[in-house]
Design a protein around this ligand. Structure first.
Ligand SMILES: [Fe+2]
Length: 372
């Protein structure tokens, strides 16, 4: 099984026609059903440029190619690493320490399980968080989650940093917001339900970097099996394969492979969407590992681009709900949740306590050792 089997959703029709046109509603249902069944989908957005992704990947490779002391200047541990850089071996995969998550693995067919994370922690990956949020017009209870961005000191990086980050980040943000509206329509909700709830969210352009010279051996776990704590995560193409996702209602491990032409993005559901939908849509599990295709790509890039650093960059954007938003299951979705729970008796029934989104984020960050 590969991502060829994931539903492909096109934003074009939705952007061109009224959201109550039957063709649009049908495509929106397809989007919502994809999230319910797979927790993921491929999104086609004709506005997206492969060149912008490429410029972004070049920039982030160069950034992480800097010596560690330069990178360390960009760390902000006092803000829970929610802006700037997180260096390797800081973040623990939640699953390595989490009961329900280990049950999820135990229920998978052995052939479909992730690499064993029980002996692995923390992750050997670095990350940069570039905030792309709109300042709320009210006093937020969570100012630490809305802190100003970090710009690297190096002159050459500085010169192209902001434009490159903003250009690629805006493409992914627009695409994921379009999809969020389609998902709302597809669930029978007003179109702006999710985009209004996330208008002032602390959205993050969040590339991760894995040093493939140090961590390029087969079956190395670069990011252990986990779900994302935000609402929807969107990915551009990475130069190196290695991302596996799990389809919630099929139990299959899916190696992510983008269609050969650009303009495709991968969208995966996160914990906030799970919470808000009362579990109708579950956050999608994923891992990043060094597999055979990763090894092949390492070898071919060594030949084709001998001067470039061997660093795997993930082109990732985390779309969040606003920190002050009251997170609670949407009542009109409850009936569908009950039907699903009846069908999947062996799953742990999760309870979604009402709370502020900012509280949910802090709970999750404590879990993965990023916040004391
Ligand atoms: Fe993730």
């Amino acid at each position: 099984m590969s991502t060829a089997t994931l539903p492909v959703i096109d934003l074009k029709l939705f952007r061109a026609e009224p959201s109550d046109s039957p063709r649009v509603v049908q495509e929106c249902r397809k989007a919502a059903d994809a999230l319910i069944t797979y927790g993921a989908l491929l999104l086609r957005d004709e506005r997206v440029s492969e060149d912008d992704n490429s410029a972004f990947l070049d920039l982030i490779e160069d950034y992480f190619d800097q010596p560690t002391p330069s990178l360390k200047e960009d760390e902000r541990p006092e803000l829970g690493y929610q802006v700037g850089v997180t260096l390797e071996n800081t973040e623990k995969p939640k699953c390595a320490v989490d009961e329900p998550c280990l049950n999820v693995i135990a229920r998978l067919d052995p052939a479909e399980r992730p690499l064993d994370i029980t002996a692995h922690s923390p992750d050997p990956k670095c990350r940069f968080f570039w905030r792309m949020s709109e300042k709320p017009p009210y006093e937020t209870q969570y100012p630490g989650l809305n802190a100003p961005n970090v710009i690297p000191r190096d002159e050459k990086l500085r010169a192209r940093w902001e434009t490159t980050m903003e250009t690629w980040g805006t493409s992914m943000k627009n695409a994921v917001e379009g999809l969020a509206q389609m998902a709302a329509v597809g669930l029978g909700l007003p179109k702006e339900t999710f985009t209004d709830a996330g208008r002032y969210g602390p959205h993050l352009l969040a590339p991760t970097a894995s040093d493939l010279v140090k961590y390029g051996q087969k079956d190395t776990i670069l990011a252990g099996f986990h779900t994302d704590l935000n609402f929807l995560t969107i990915h551009g193409r990475s130069r190196y394969p290695g991302l596996h996702i799990w389809a919630r209602n099929t139990g299959k491990r899916i190696p992510v492979k983008f269609p050969p032409t650009g303009r495709y993005l991968l969208v995966q559901a996160g914990k906030q969407l799970e919470h808000l939908s009362g579990g109708l849509i579950k956050a999608g599990y994923h891992e990043v590992v060094v597999n055979d295709s990763t090894l092949q790509t390492i070898e071919s890039r060594k030949v084709q681009y001998p001067d470039r650093p061997l660093i795997r960059i993930s082109s990732t954007f985390f779309w969040h709900l606003s920190s002050d938003y009251d997170l609670a299951p949407i009542p009109t979705l409850a009936k569908r949740v009950q039907d699903l729970e009846k069908a999947a008796q062996d799953e742990d029934i999760a309870v979604y306590e009402p709370m502020k989104v900012g509280q949910q984020v802090q709970n999750e960050l404590r879990h993965i050792a990023l916040m004391a």
